[in-house]
Write a protein that binds this ligand. Structure first.
Ligand SMILES: O=C(O)C(=O)CO
Length: 331
């Protein structure tokens, strides 16, 4: 049987075999890049010509050029992410191309990573592992403050943006018995009462928290939120964690704050750019830990995200409403 009459789905990345198999029941599937994280732009443009659906990772920018290149038969774009800043949503809407994304299914995985990064940064785990490899473990207890870090219990935890991911993160950190949980954002949230979190201003949160955890989404009002001014307001031993987007942070200001010990340490799962070049000056700092944007990177969560994408693609190709559409408020 020939599959030439089937709609063409172009995927930017490899996915679990079961996801492929489901798509192949109804579509022709082309995977652009099976090995590398980020598809080079030219390769992406070449591959999408004639596509009816795009199945994207969040590193593939969709703009007018992409939509022109794909052609007018393009019906649906399914991004395997909750972040949408790589897609020109207005341009898609203008052309009648539906866009679906993957909220909800990744909240818990990102929250677990936020907790892991918080603990790894607070307990200096990267330095600690390295000290064992370097054979300097022997100094332990010659100085009882050797390799000492901070603990969450008894500390003030501040969550910037108590949305779905922020709430899941706060719930998990609550189990460590912080003295207080604070949060800030546009409006107080009723569900914050279940973890006894207090709504405060951004400035009060910065000035009071021992741990400042950024989980808010990126938009015009949060871009560059963590700048020189913000770091100046934080406590001298504050720990800053970012699992949202690198663009929330002015990285030069963060570097200054960390290298001058204006704040204690930072744990970043997101940076600008991504990947962060291995010789970047942030990576030379003892008090900065960086993971390679692993928030949703568990086998189960990635499979769930891919499943949502498949459902969005099938619905879009069949002219139906997407089960997980981008809300019109985001456009
Ligand atoms: O889905 C996204 O946008 C993420 O960044 C998850 O880590």
């Amino acid at each position: 049987m020939t599959d030439v009459g089937l709609p063409l789905v172009v995927m930017t990345h490899a996915s679990p075999p079961s996801v492929h198999a489901r798509l192949e029941q109804q579509c022709r599937v082309v995977t652009i890049n099976k090995d590398e994280n980020i598809v080079p732009r030219q390769k992406f443009l070449e591959a999408i010509k004639g596509a009816h659906a795009l199945f994207l990772n969040p590193y593939s920018r969709v703009d007018a050029e992409v939509l022109d290149t794909a052609g007018p038969q393009l019906k649906v774009i399914a991004t395997c992410s909750v972040g949408l800043e790589h897609i020109d949503l207005k341009e898609c809407e203008r052309r009648g191309v539906k866009v679906g994304y993957t909220p909800n299914v990744l909240d818990k995985a990102v929250a677990e990573l936020a907790v892991a990064l918080t603990l790894a940064t607070a307990r200096r785990l990267e330095e600690a592992f390295q000290s064992v490899r370097d054979g300097v473990w022997g100094t332990l207890w010659e100085n009882c403050l050797w390799m000492c870090g901070k603990q969450v219990s008894g500390s003030v935890v501040g969550i910037v943006g108590l949305g779905r991911i922020g709430f899941e993160t706060a719930k998990r950190l609550a189990a460590f018995e912080p003295s207080k949980i604070l949060y800030c954002g546009n409006t107080p949230k009723a569900y914050a009462d279940t973890i006894r979190a207090d709504f405060v201003s951004f400035h009060e949160l910065l000035e009071t928290s021992d741990f400042v955890v950024a989980t808010c989404s990126i938009n015009d009002s949060t871009r560059g939120l963590f700048d020189k001014e913000a770091f100046k307001r934080m406590k001298a031993d504050a720990i800053f964690i970012n699992v949202s987007r690198g663009a929330l942070v002015n990285q030069d200001d963060l570097y200054e704050a960390l290298s001058s010990n204006q704040i204690g340490a930072a744990g970043l799962d997101v940076t600008t750019p991504e990947p962060l070049p291995p010789n970047h000056r942030l990576l030379k700092l003892r008090n900065c830990v960086v993971s390679p944007h692993l928030g949703s990177a568990t086998v189960r969560t990635r499979a769930a995200m891919c499943d949502v994408c498949v459902e969005n693609i099938f619905a879009g190709l069949n002219g139906k409403d997407l089960p997980s559409p981008v809300p019109s408020a985001f456009k």
